[in-house]
Design a binder for this molecule. Sequence first.
Ligand SMILES: Nc1nc2c(ncn2[C@@H]2O[C@H](COP(=O)(O)OP(=O)(O)O)[C@@H](O)[C@H]2O)c(=O)[nH]1
Ligand SMILES: [Mg+2]
Length: 183
Amino acid sequence: MMLTKKVGSKICFVGDGGVGKTSLIGRYVYDKFDDRYITTIGTKVSRKEIVLDYPHDNIRFKMDAMIWDIVGQKAFRGLLQEAYFHGARGVIGVCNLTDKKSLESLTDWVKSVKNVVGRVPIVLLANKKDMEEEVQLSEAEIRNMARGLSATYLYTSAKTGENVRKAFNTIGREMIKNQFNLY
Ligand SMILES: Nc1nc2c(ncn2[C@@H]2O[C@H](COP(=O)(O)OP(=O)(O)O)[C@@H](O)[C@H]2O)c(=O)[nH]1
Ligand SMILES: [Mg+2]
């Protein structure tokens, strides 16, 4: 019989406005994609259980994930930032494949996270993979950034759903590795 262990966790999304953070969360948590661009204000927290199996250790983790989304990017400073990152166990950094600057920005985003919580697992998502004709970033550039941030990376599309579940499973497994030393 498999042992089930419940764990809580906070996952923070970072990345420039428009890269697809809210859409990726929407796709994962509610399985929908909204094509309109809605600029929301404040911070939104969604909740979803991530189930992770470790057959070799006979353990199933049921991770109660609190997924934090930044909204109103411009006002995101100082104390607000601290409250947002406080207690984060994992970070998903998102860039937009059709916007070169959005990859570079991740350096500062991750710096801000580290100032508050120190080292936590990071997964870098190169989003909008479906927009093939407009891609501005090479895989080498993404790989280099990921290496610099000690992050793993994945190509995603919130529109088609490609790799969205995998992105959350990957950060989940990284957090379990970090916390329980399980692989
Ligand atoms: N084609 C395409 N559009 C996307 C994708 N992800 C997000 N978008 C669109 O990009 C815009 C910004 O997305 P949003 O999730 O609000 O970005 P956020 O500011 O990072 O939360 C919206 O118009 C989305 O519909 C994607 O994977 N593919
Ligand atoms: Mg958003």
